[in-house]
Write a protein that binds this ligand. Structure first.
Ligand SMILES: Nc1ncnc2c1ncn2[C@@H]1O[C@H](COP(=O)(O)OP(=O)(O)O)[C@@H](O)[C@H]1O
Ligand SMILES: O=P(O)(O)OC[C@H]1O[C@](O)(COP(=O)(O)O)[C@@H](O)[C@@H]1O
Ligand SMILES: [Mg+2]
Length: 319
């Protein structure tokens, strides 16, 4: 193998740049030429790339976002365009591709693997919703960013005896909500994985008031409903006057924390090692503190579950 390519796809995540740096430098160090494609699969289809040198990836280890930019590509969902992408890579003599992204991006990568390109996935998404890896790049930073905001909200909530609803990201998964909820001492954490009960939430808030709690905090994952909708439901059923904060894309930005930088560096090198050892359709995964390779298909065939002990902790400690 002489040439490999790299792209970032799906939602950006802090630490993607550190992963780009790690892939590029470990590949150049092993004598490979590295092609960086812009805007995920869109750039691959538009043939928008640059050859990356070791210096091109200097000064980015601590920067959020992705220097290669990212996108969601509707075209790449079609087999016609997947064929075109694989043909182009072959024409250029690019035999290996590292895809940094989430489960959707990995499904796309698997299509290229079927067409004879060696692919390796590096899990990068703030959602942490990829099975068989304990962590995805960006999750730890996103939790810290959200927690920082929630700590500020707690100050003002306690000063005014208020109920606050904080909406965090997570359309299909509640990993951010759960960790932020535990770390901020929230009264309730609402996640897409657990059916929502307005009655139970009302009972809980009511019991908290009776026990002398003057302010309460609800951490809501966006996949359950919008914070505005929950505010309306709580007003209509319990008479609560909640204040609402939607953290939104703030959670995706900012400098990666040390855990994400180190994870990204390890996973980037792991991906290059895998390609050079002739592997394909594998993913770099963090398991019990060690980065190793697992089948790429596990990322969509298996489902990562929330830690029930953490869920219980919210209940036990929010009395
Ligand atoms: N089943 C699929 N087949 C081919 N490509 C896919 C598939 N699912 C997603 N992709 C590609 O990956 C891109 C990113 O996927 P998405 O689910 O939005 O983000 P993520 O990778 O973070 O989960 C999509 O815009 C599309 O181009
Ligand atoms: O920026 P967009 O396109 O609105 O997407 C928002 C979604 O992206 C995420 O931040 C990350 O999701 P992916 O990693 O699957 O792209 C989700 O938490 C959020 O629901
Ligand atoms: Mg996804």
């Amino acid at each position: 193998m002489k040439k490999i390519a790299i792209l970032t796809s799906g939602g950006d995540a802090p630490g993607m740049n550190a992963a780009i740096r790690a892939v590029t430098r470990s590949a150049i160090g092993r004598g490979l030429t590295v092609y960086g494609f812009m805007r995920g699969y869109e750039g691959l289809l538009d043939r928008d790339f640059r050859v990356l040198s070791a210096r091109d990836v200097g000064g980015i280890i601590h920067r959020g976002g992705t220097i290669l930019q990212t996108a969601r590509s509707d075209r790449f969902m079609e087999s016609f365009w997947q064929d075109r992408a694989a043909e182009f890579l072959k024409e250029e003599g690019i035999e290996g591709l590292v895809v940094i992204g989430g489960d959707g991006s990995f499904r796309g990568a698997a299509e290229l693997a079927k067409r004879g390109i060696s692919v390796v996935g590096v899990p990068g998404t703030i959602d942490n919703d990829i099975a068989e890896t304990d962590l995805t790049i960006g999750f730890r930073t996103a939790v810290e960013t959200a927690l920082d905001a929630v700590k500020r909200l707690r100050d003002t909530a306690s000063s005014h005896d208020r109920l606050f609803i904080v909406e965090v990201m997570g359309r299909r998964s509640g990993f951010i909500a759960l960790e932020v909820g535990v770390a901020s001492g929230a009264e309730a954490v609402l996640v897409p994985e657990v059916p929502f009960s307005l009655g139970m939430l009302n009972d809980k808030l009511h019991a908290a008031r009776k026990k002398g709690k003057t302010h309460s905090l609800i951490i809501l994952a966006e996949g359950v409903m919008s914070a505005q909708e929950l505010k309306t439901q709580l007003k209509d059923t319990g008479g609560y006057e909640a204040r609402v904060t939607v953290l939104g894309h703030i959670q995706r930005g900012g400098s990666p924390c040390s855990v994400d930088i180190i994870l990204a560096s390890q996973m980037g090198k792991c991906a290059v090692d895998a390609l050079l050892e002739g592997e394909t359709a594998v993913m770099a995964a963090s398991r019990c503190g060690k980065v190793q390779r697992v089948p790429l298909s596990w990322s969509w065939e298996r489902r990562k579950l929330l830690d029930p002990d953490l869920m219980e902790l919210v209940e036990v400690l929010s009395i």
